[in-house]
Design a protein around this ligand. Structure first.
Ligand code: CMX
Length: 436
C-alpha cells in the first residue's frame, strides 16, 4: 500500500517496540524536576509530555518531524499547476508518517479528502440554525462535536475493538473530520458574514485549500497559495500548547476524535492562544485610526506605550517557549514581500517588527519581545479581502486540525493512557515544604 494508512500500519509496530523498550529499560530514569513554581506556574518548561510529530526549539522555532519549518515549506511537493506553495495534504502526510511525501503521495491525500468531504445534512442544518452572535469559533466547536455520530472509533469501541486497533479508527475519523472542515468552516463564514450565500459543493478538480477558498468566495490563485502556506504554518507546535494538549487530554479518556478536536478548538478560541490573530488586527485597526497608515516611529512608540499603560498586552508578541522571532512570522513576511510588499498593513507590520521589541525589552519582564505567528497573518488576509476578523481563528483551527489529529492518531497507536496528574492545595504545598 502507498497511502498514509498503509505507511502507518508498517511503522506503528516498530514504534511500539521502541516505545516499549524505552519504557522497560529507562522508565525509572529522571529527566526533570518539579518545583513549586512549576506546580503553580502553568507547568512552564516541564519536560512532561510526549510528542512525535513536531519539536520546538526556543530559538529556531518549530521542527516538523525533525525538519525545520522553512525546509518543510521548501520541500513539500507542489501539486497543482502554477502553485508556489506545497499543500497541507502533503504536510499531514509528513506529520503522520514522518516521511516527506512524493508528489503522487500528496495527491493521494488530496483525493482521499475529496472523497470524504461531504458534511452530513444534520450538521449543516445545525450550523444554519445558529444565531449570528455565536462566535465563529464557538460554532466550530459545536459543529465538530455534533459530527460525533460519524465516529468509527465510537462504533468500534462499542463493539469491543482491540486496543491495538484503536489507531485505525482514530485515523478514519481524523481523515473524515479534516476532509469536512473546509465545508464546515465556509458554512459558518457564509452564515455569519454573507447571509448564507456561498457554495458548499466540493469540486474534485481542486485541492483542499482550493476548495476552501472557493467556498469562502475568494478563489484568487495567490490567495489559495497563501491559504496553503497558512495551513502548513499553523498546523503543529508540539503537544504542550493549549489546543494540542486539550485534544490529547480529552482523547486519553477515549473520547472520539470529533469531541477531542472540539475541546482543542475551545482552547484555541482564547485570546492568549489562537484568538490573538483576531486581536492583532483589532489593535492594528485602532492604531491606524489613531495615527494613520504612515505614522512616525515616535507616534508608533507612543501608541505601543499607551496600550501597555492601559494594562493590555501587545497582541502577537511574546511566547511561552520561543525566545526569538517566530519563523512562522518570517515565512509569512517572505510571502508578503513576494506578493504584496506595498500593502499599507504589511508595511506597518514589517516596521513594527523592529519597533515593538525595543519597547517590550524596556519593560524588563517580557521573556520574548519578538513577534509570534499571529502578528502577521491578519494583514495578509486583509490584503486578499478576507476582512472579517472574527473568522481568523477558525482558519487557525482548520489548520491546527492537521497537527492535533496526527498527534491523536499516534497517541492511540502507542496506547497513551488516561492523563491524570496529582494536584495539591496550598495547605498541602506548605506542609510539604515544611517537611522537606
Ligand atoms: N505585551 C505586553 N506584556 C507582555 C507580552 C506582550 N506581548 N508578553 C508577555 N508580557 C508580560 C506578561 O504579561 C507578564 O507580565 P506580568 O508578570 O505583569 O503578568 C510578563 O511579560 C512575563 O510573561 P512571559 O513569561 O514573557 O510570557 P508568558 O509565557 O507568561 O505568556 C504569552 C506568553 C504568549 C501568553 C504572552 O506573551 C502574551 O500574552 N502575548 C500576547 C498574546 C499573544 O500574542 N498570544 C499568542 C501566542 C501564540 C499562540 O498561541 O497563538
Amino acid at each position: 500500500g502507498k497511502g498514509i494508512k498503509a505507511k502507518l500500519a508498517k511503522k506503528i509496530p516498530i514504534e511500539r517496540e521502541k516505545f516499549l523498550g524505552i519504557k522497560c529499560l529507562h522508565g525509572q530514569k529522571i529527566i526533570g524536576q518539579i518545583s513549586v513554581n512549576s506546580v503553580i506556574g502553568g507547568m512552564r518548561g516541564l519536560p512532561l509530555l510526549f510528542c512525535e510529530t513536531s519539536s520546538l526549539d526556543k530559538n529556531k522555532g518549530i521542527y516538523y518531524r525533525g525538519k525545520l519549518l522553512k525546509d518543510v515549506c521548501a520541500k513539500l511537493p507542489r501539486v497543482q499547476e502554477g502553485t508556489q506553495e506545497g499543500t497541507p495534504e502533503g504536510c499531514f502526510f509528513l506529520l503522520t508518517t514522518g516521511l516527506m511525501p512524493t508528489k503522487k503521495e500528496a495527491q493521494e491525500v488530496t483525493k482521499e479528502w475529496l472523497k470524504r468531504g461531504s458534511v452530513p445534512r444534520y450538521c449543516l442544518r445545525m450550523i444554519d440554525s445558529m444565531d449570528k452572535r455565536v462566535h465563529p469559533m464557538a460554532q466550530l466547536c459545536a459543529a465538530s462535536a455534533c459530527l460525533n455520530p460519524q465516529s468509527q472509533f465510537v462504533e468500534a469501541y462499542t463493539k469491543g475493538a482491540r486496543r491495538a486497533d484503536y489507531w485505525k479508527y482514530a485515523y478514519e475519523d481524523s481523515m473524515n473530520l479534516i476532509a469536512m472542515l473546509p465545508t464546515v468552516a465556509a458554512s459558518i463564514y457564509a452564515n455569519v458574514f454573507k447571509d448564507g450565500e456561498g457554495s458548499r459543493e466540493v469540486n474534485h478538480k481542486e485541492d483542499w485549500s482550493g476548495n476552501f477558498c472557493r467556498m469562502l468566495g475568494l478563489p484568487e490563485k495567490d490567495f489559495v497559495d497563501l491559504m496553503r502556506l497558512y495551513m502548513i504554518l499553523h498546523a503543529d507546535h508540539e503537544s504542550g500548547n493549549v489546543s494540542a494538549h486539550a485534544c490529547h487530554l480529552v482523547g486519553t479518556a477515549l473520547s472520539d476524535p470529533f469531541l477531542s478536536f472540539s475541546a482543542s478548538m475551545c482552547g484555541l478560541a482564547g485570546p492568549l492562544h489562537g484568538l490573538a490573530n483576531q486581536e492583532v488586527l483589532v489593535w492594528l485597526t485602532k492604531l491606524r485610526k489613531a495615527i494613520g497608515d504612515d505614522p512616525s516611529d515616535e507616534e508608533l512608540k507612543k501608541f505601543i506605550d499607551d496600550t501597555l499603560k492601559g494594562g493590555q498586552v501587545i497582541p502577537g508578541y511574546g511566547h511561552a517557549v520561543l525566545r526569538d522571532t517566530d519563523p512562522r512570522f518570517v515565512l509569512q513576511n517572505e510571502f508578503a514581500m513576494k506578493h504584496c510588499k506595498d500593502d499599507p498593513g504589511v508595511k506597518l507590520v514589517t516596521r513594527l517588527w523592529k519597533i515593538i521589541p525595543e519597547v517590550l525589552k524596556k519593560l524588563n519582564k517580557v521573556a520574548n519581545p519578538y513577534p509570534n505567528v499571529d502578528a502577521h497573518s491578519g494583514v495578509l488576509l486583509q490584503h486578499y479581502c478576507l476582512k472579517e476578523l472574527k473568522f481568523y481563528t477558525v482558519l487557525f483551527g482548520v489548520s491546527r486540525a492537521l497537527g492535533v489529529l496526527s498527534q491523536l492518531i499516534w497517541s492511540r497507536a502507542l496506547g497513551a493512557p488516561i492523563e491524570r496528574p496529582k494536584s495539591f492545595s496550598s495547605t498541602e504545598i506548605c506542609r510539604f515544604i515544611n517537611e522537606a
